[in-house]
Design a protein around this ligand. Structure first.
Ligand SMILES: Nc1nc2c(ncn2[C@@H]2O[C@H](COP(=O)(O)OP(=O)(O)OP(=O)(O)O)[C@@H](O)[C@H]2O)c(=O)[nH]1
Ligand SMILES: [Mg+2]
Length: 461
């Protein structure tokens, strides 16, 4: 991340969702942004206005001198902008045709269509933000709960960046020391440096552990806790999904085997983000379609962080129920005894003894005791996770993978030095850890990785 600005062409994109709305924003970034805007804008001379000002006028197609729309145009001059380049934002009337037309006119007059994430990528390449901050921009856009947003904002403020940079600095300082001692070898310099390297490797390793301990909550906040609704056919799984999502996404009928595919919905239950997965009732079946559904249910179960196991309380516990209890035994689990409006043949105490889990007796149909279920989900989530007030968290698999790799490299350093390996050999892994940590912030990331990362962004971001 150098301080010098890389020269780029001028890009343009629609930065608001495509559709009808109050206003839409077409954004341009690059050296010529103001020049191009000025060609198509009728109002003040934009080349002469101060930076960070907004101006009323009209977009006129230079080709036929026709007025396209009445607009407000913001001019923000480099370097104090999101991309560190000149940025022009055209606020036009919301509407697909108008917005597209303005974009087309900009493209005809010298701008190039931006790729997904290209604005944010320029902010990264021009050194305004690091990779963790770029990722957080996307996370803020996608945040489904307020807590997830808070964590993303903290990351955008550079919280994770600072921690990673501090660790890299510690490693670098030690490396510098080693270099000095190699250049001026004295009697016990090697031993002293070796001990120092072990100390730093262990200290940085501990800091990595601290960060990794936030990963479970961090990734759950970002992606939602994968929650599989499991149970026999007709027990009320789809009814529960619909209740929790307050919609009628899933088809509910009294026909056993209604749901034949897994269905995913994102909900926040008392602030806990869940990725709910409604599944086909698990049973032996000869129906081809249902069979596939049952297989998918089993897969969903494997991947689940949390299982909501539904049992029909109005009937005696069956062998099939027992099989499901066993199949879900090693998962975080809440057992819901459903249909108590039809009588209760399985008691909460009995189910508790059998499952060693939180058990709630409820009626989804009558919406009875469902708040207890929500409370139970909340308790499970926030108790299972430490540092729950922590703002600086590891929120995605990319970060987790790199931290784990750096941790292994540091462990190797310690092991090697303890085994008497010469310091200049152990140093290779120490160097490696420094590099790996740099990949988290993007300081030592290969280009293709960076391109791939930004291509996941939305257009206009
Ligand atoms: N009496 C009663 N009926 C319920 C309750 N919850 C769900 N039902 C009914 O049970 C039937 C099956 O509900 P679903 O939600 O489709 O059950 P499912 O588990 O998704 O079923 P499959 O998709 O076939 O596996 C429907 O007729 C629901 O209205 C309840 O608490 N009490
Ligand atoms: Mg169903």
């Amino acid at each position: 991340m150098g301080q010098t600005l890389t020269e780029f062409d001028t890009i343009a994109a629609i930065s608001t969702p495509i559709g009808e709305g109050g206003i839409s924003i077409v954004r341009m970034s690059g050296e010529d942004a103001v020049k191009i805007a000025n060609v198509v804008f009728k109002g003040k001379n934009l080349l002469k206005v101060p930076s960070h000002t907004i101006h009323y006028g009209h977009i006129v197609d230079p080709e036929d001198a026709q007025i396209v729309d009445e607009v407000m145009v913001s001019v923000m001059l480099a370097p104090k902008t999101f991309t560190r380049e000149n940025i022009v934002e055209i606020n036009c009337h919301g509407g697909i045709v108008v917005t597209n037309r303005i974009l087309q006119i900009l493209l005809k007059n010298g701008a190039r269509m931006a790729e997904p994430g290209e604005f944010t990528k320029r902010a990264f390449v021009n050194g305004r933000i690091d990779l963790t901050q770029a990722e957080s921009v996307m996370d803020i856009v996608r945040a489904k709960t307020d807590r997830a947003r808070q964590v993303a904002e903290a990351q955008l403020e550079g919280g994770l960046l600072e921690k990673v940079q501090a660790m890299r600095q510690d490693i670098l300082d030690t490396l510098a020391n080693v270099e000095v001692n190699i250049d001026y070898p004295e009697y016990d310099a090697d031993k002293v440096t070796g001990e120092q390297m072990i100390k730093v490797a262990e200290a940085v390793g501990d800091q990595i552990d601290d960060l990794l301990s936030t990963a479970a909550e961090g990734t759950a906040l970002r992606n939602g806790l994968a929650t599989a609704i499991i149970g026999q056919p007709n027990v009320g799984k789809s009814s529960l999904l619909n209740y929790l999502t307050q919609s009628d996404t899933a088809i509910v009928t009294d026909v056993a085997g209604t749901t034949r595919d897994t269905l995913e919905e994102f909900v926040a239950v008392k602030g806990v983000p869940l990725k709910l997965i409604d599944t086909a009732g698990i049973r032996q079946t000869d129906n081809k379609v249902e069979k596939i559904g049952v297989e998918r249910s089993k897969k969903a179960l494997n991947k689940a962080d949390l299982v909501l196991l539904l049992l029909d309380a109005s009937k005696e516990l069956s062998a099939a129920d027992t099989a499901l209890i066993e199949a879900t035994a090693d998962k975080k689990r809440i057992v819901l005894l459903n249909k108590i409006d039809l009588g209760q043949k399985i008691s909460v105490a009995e189910a508790k003894k059998l499952t060693n889990s939180t058990v709630i007796a409820a009626s989804i149909l009558r919406k009875e005791n469902l708040d207890e279920l929500k409370e139970a989900i909340k308790t499970l989530f926030f108790n299972g996770i430490e540092n729950s007030n922590e703002q600086i968290m590891v929120t995605n698999q990319r970060q987790v993978g790199l931290l784990e790799k750096a941790k292994r490299q540091l462990q190797d350093v310690v092991q090697a030095l303890r085994a008497g390996v010469p310091i200049d050999l152990a140093q290779i892994d120490f160097n490696g850890a420094w590099d790996t940590l740099g990949e988290i912030t993007g300081e030592s990331s290969p280009d293709e990785l960076i391109n791939q990362l930004f291509s996941q962004f939305c257009l206009g971001k």
